[in-house]
Design a protein around this ligand. Sequence first.
Ligand SMILES: [Zn+2]
Length: 358
Amino acid sequence: MNLRAAVVVLVATGLSLGLPPEAARAQESPRIPCAAGDKPCLLKLLASHPARKAGFWNPVLARPVAQRMGPAPRELVEYLHIDNFANGFSEKPRASALKDDFVADVRGAIADMPPAVRRVFGDTFAGVWFVDELGGTGYTDMFRDGDGNQVGGFVVLDAAVLNRFTANAWATWKENTPFKPAGGWALEARIEDAAQDDRRGAIRYILLHELGHVLSINRGIHPRWDMAPGDVSASARFPFFELSWTIDRKESRYASTFDRDFPMRRSIVYYLGAKLAASDMTGAYASLGRTNFPTLYAATSPGDDFAESFVSYVHTVLMKRPWEITVRKDGKAVKTYRTCWEEPRCAAKRRILEDLLR
Ligand SMILES: [Zn+2]
């Protein structure tokens, strides 16, 4: 079980992934000793895989944070194959052949992060690894120590996808995915000023979101993402989660405390097929402004609430970068939405983030 963003859609939205470099094409597919559809066999294989063990990642954890990156190691590629196979994704990831300028952008993206951010990941972040044909742009999973405790996480990004985006182009693409396109309507996301609207900025923003997932591991922020909502202990406390979410135990699903006034929330689906009409853009953002979710994606699940809150807070408050959504109808701006960190609605979440990054 893992968190995966931006699946399959790349084809649907007209982005071609391009041909893999020769070095990557030469890699062999690992043999998987389970039949297709034999979920118990595949899940067991995943749970016992080296990529899920602290022993495998300890040498990486010994490196400085900015050096925990590179083409995905062989074991991780194998793990991703099994995971895609188990989830019915046809993509067969390959370790990326990284160009020097891309590596420089990733190192730069990590170096740009405030010291408090790099510090908080020292013991738990097992690196960012690049593949082509991930079946998504980003992926985070946990690993365990010898006693079976979840102790940290690793991040996988699709280098071929990242290669083609600047920060604002990526953010605009992503923020449009919940809405069905319709003539006259446009939604624009601006997360960098024109002079800094580059690939490094896109990588930094995407990585900060995934780091938010890594940060949530083992800190009682929200229930574990590999657990069904109905199985979460009734006595467990999750201070961040409880500011926005409740558990519908009968249906085994999460509900937000804003659902009565924001019924559209349940129809917010990123990446995998829009459910909302383009004409819902203004209403969705008006409703969002009456919640404590910093972004629309944050309203989709407890895990992404925290990951989005983390990147939004670090990006806009600590790094003082822009973040703005503009909805236009026939070229005229009809709705502008900005993050909430200076507003009372997000004050309690901000205090938790400040404590984590102290
Ligand atoms: Zn996420």
